[in-house]
Design a binder for this molecule. Sequence first.
Ligand code: TXA
Ligand code: MG
Length: 351
Amino acid sequence: MTICLTLSPVAPDAATIARAATCLRDGGLVAFPTETVYGLGAHACDAVAVRRIFEAKGRPASDPLIVHVADVAQLGAVASHCPPEVARLAERFWPGPLTLVLPKGPSIPDDVTAGGPTVAVRIPAHLVAQALLRAAGVPVAAPSANLFSRPSPTCAGHVLHDLDGRIDMVLDGGDASVGVESTVLDLTTTPPCVLRPGAVTLEMLREVLPAVVPRLATASDAPLPSPGLLDRHYSPRAPLSLYQGLAPTRRAAMLRDAVRLSTGGMRLAILAPAAELAAFDAAGATRVVPLGPEQGLAVMAAALYAALRAADSPEIDAILAAGLEETGGLADAIRDRLRRAAAGRVLTCDS
Ligand code: TXA
Ligand code: MG
């Protein structure tokens, strides 16, 4: 049975936090809110507990986990060595949505790092996560608290949908504010490389470390620098096709396909800016879900995974999604997640 405990995201109840921390220290699995997405935590130095994470999520053991700590003082328990850039990055971006890949310390079991010599570390800003990490007093390994290859959870309801009965506890601290997972920056390579774009953007990182490069688009046969960067990640059950291009052309292509597919009997869900949804309703779509940049990219990022989950259900045969025109900044993170949700089905709609 999974216990769900609700607590204030700004003033979490100390007794509830203490209960969750005890559960973690005793080898239990506790899902908790962070500012990015909900994490599924286990004591990072307890290999048995860590293996339970992989079991609960159905995640392959080859995909390493991020270790969460409360503050920079705890880094020594996780990494064997911190290059000088860490202090500068920490001062600017921690606590917050940035994960650093560092050389692994001896107390972190191989199960956490998939046998690799490096470890990913993050100090989350969410006050529930902070309180839990402090009360636990141990590093906490935590991937996103979803079933493997499903969209990450941005609220406790998403966690329970995927993992009810498979984990010990969920701390419900409301909606995650950022909505996409942390930026992953590898500091063990020269130059340092962004393995996963997030809310700490390339532009922001370069203000501190000008040499940072984005991950190169890998040829399909090249070894993946991070196993979790597999293209088929975050994908909904119904196949999702992503339409890229300037709005008028992209909209026309989506409408044309929506009419053709729904006439052929397919039950479609549409993800598109709110102003376009009436046209897709008229085109025969079964479900329309607003998802667009009109209220700003931060609002779009926060809504992204809930929108993917809302579009996806057994009654839906296919999802058609409008891509972003914008590039750079947070747009890179949103484009990255949409592209992965599409698992290769990306249509470039040029006039
Ligand atoms: O925002 C986040 O990062 C959330 C919250 C819970 O902190 N966590 C999260 O974890 O997204 P997960 O496991 O879903 O994604 C971790 C990513 C994966 O792409 C994984 O391959 C990569 O980080 N990663 C972990 N350890 C790594 C390492 N040593 N080297 C390179 N990539 C690593
Ligand atoms: Mg994940």
